[in-house]
Design a protein around this ligand. Structure first.
Ligand code: PLP
Length: 411
């Protein structure tokens, strides 16, 4: 027996002793103590009593999702196969034709727009964003739907055509119209979703709905594709509680395929920088499985109970009133609104600052003490708003005690 063959056989024997190929990687990775890099770097942990705000690192992943991410990190795979099979799985779970995991909803807006511009003309991918003179590049939008994420669409070299009335909408189509964009949680705009889709389709133009922050309810994940929108996006790191840098692009099979032409790992595309690693792709899939295992009633009851526990700790303070408020569409979960006599207690912005400076450091909803709340929250110039849904177990009690102390602190 040659040396090579002997070592091959002893290698196989060891392998069999280890229980087969599949068990090797996890065994080799067992039980490495984790370093707390927040502590090592001096980064402050916070209690998130605000909500799924990107600047506060949005949601945290449930244990099942974290475990799936961790396991996915132990083995390389072929990226194209993972992208394709995760897309098929998500599409079947979310009742749409096709799906892809993107680097967030903002990336989905860019890739979906690129798909509309290059459908049937794959060679044009390289022309985006600057060399678009011979491509369709007009996106119709309601004036009240212009928002901060416009730039994700403009990244493809498009320009917006604004409309207000249904008549204006019907008259806005030109041979250059490439897409009709809808902002699902917009607070202005008179044209309904149904009309938006119907008129676009009468002109053979695809319709995109940005519903990034609009779960729960869970059924929204299929409501808009089933309504006829050709493309729909949800953020992965908001209510679904996947990785913060993941999101979903859902919709028509031909458009999702065209979106992959502009996606990482393809160079010379608008999407090359929107790379989603295997861990985040798996994390997004696992988060969908987790989210679909929840019920709307269960989630709402839990969030309401947290809001009630915090309110119960405050309501004997003279002049303090509370209400549990549900925004209508985006972030449609119970928020605690605390109104009080501002001559007796510190104003809301001072309470926010006190909680932020405390230990542990707490972030209240950023609409606290502000006139115009984001995403369906009311005017809270004279109010504190607690977003309870991203609190970890037990944190509602800490928030309640800190709020009580801050309200009772002498002015
Ligand atoms: C949060 C949000 C986005 C961006 O989502 P990311 O996943 O952070 O990229 C886009 N559109 C709307 C309406 C949002 O609320």
């Amino acid at each position: 027996m040659t040396k090579t063959r002997r070592s091959f056989f002893s290698w196989t024997r060891n392998l069999m002793a280890a229980g087969g190929v599949a068990s090797i990687a996890p065994a080799a990775e067992a039980a490495v103590p984790a370093t707390d890099y927040y502590a090592k770097l001096g980064v402050t942990n916070i209690i998130n009593a605000a909500g799924t705000y990107t600047a506060l690192t949005a949601s945290t992943m449930p244990p099942q999702v974290r475990a799936a991410v961790d396991l996915a990190a132990t083995s390389p795979v072929r990226l194209a196969e993972l992208q394709q099979k995760s897309g098929e799985y998500i599409a079947s779970r979310l009742k749409c034709e096709a799906a892809m995991v993107t680097a967030g909803a903002s990336s989905a807006l860019t890739l979906g727009t690129a798909a509309c511009m290059t459908l049937g003309n794959r060679a044009a991918v390289i022309q985006l964003p600057l060399d678009t003179a011979n491509l369709k590049n007009e996106v119709i939008v309601q004036r009240g739907h212009r928002y901060g994420y416009d730039h994700a669409i403009r990244n493809c070299g498009t320009r917006f055509v604004e409309v207000e009335t249904l008549e204006q909408y019907e008259a806005a189509f030109t041979p250059k119209t490439v897409m009709c964009h809808f902002f699902n949680a917009a607070e202005h705009g008179q044209i309904s979703r149904e009309d938006w889709v119907r008129v676009a389709h009468a002109h053979g133009v695809p319709c995109f709905n940005d519903a990034a922050a609009d779960v729960p309810p869970i059924s929204n994940l299929w409501a808009y594709t089933q309504m006829g929108f050709d493309l729909v996006t949800f953020s992965g790191g908001k209510g679904i509680r996947g990785p913060q840098n993941a999101g979903l692009l859902l919709g028509r099979k031909d458009l999702i395929e065209a979106a992959t032409w502009s996606n990482s790992p393809r160079d010379e595309t608008v999407g090359r920088g929107m790379k989603v690693a295997k861990e985040q792709i798996v994390g997004m899939v696992a988060a969908i499985d987790w989210f679909l295992s929840q019920t709307d009633e269960g989630m709402q009851a839990e969030f309401r109970a947290r809001a009630e526990r915090i309110a119960a700790r405050l309501k004997d303070i003279p002049g303090v009133n509370y209400e549990i408020f549900m925004p209508p569409l985006a972030n449609a979960i119970p928020h605690l609104l605390i109104r009080y006599d501002q001559t007796k207690h510190r104003p809301p912005l001072e309470i926010s600052a006190l909680l932020r400076a405390g230990t542990p450091s707490i972030e209240l909803n950023p609409a606290t003490g502000r006139r115009s709340g984001s995403a369906g929250l009311p005017n809270a110039e004279d109010a504190i708003i607690v977003g309870v849904w991203m609190l970890q177990p037990g944190e509602d009690v800490i928030v309640a005690n800190k709020l009580r102390a801050a309200l009772l602190q002498a002015t």
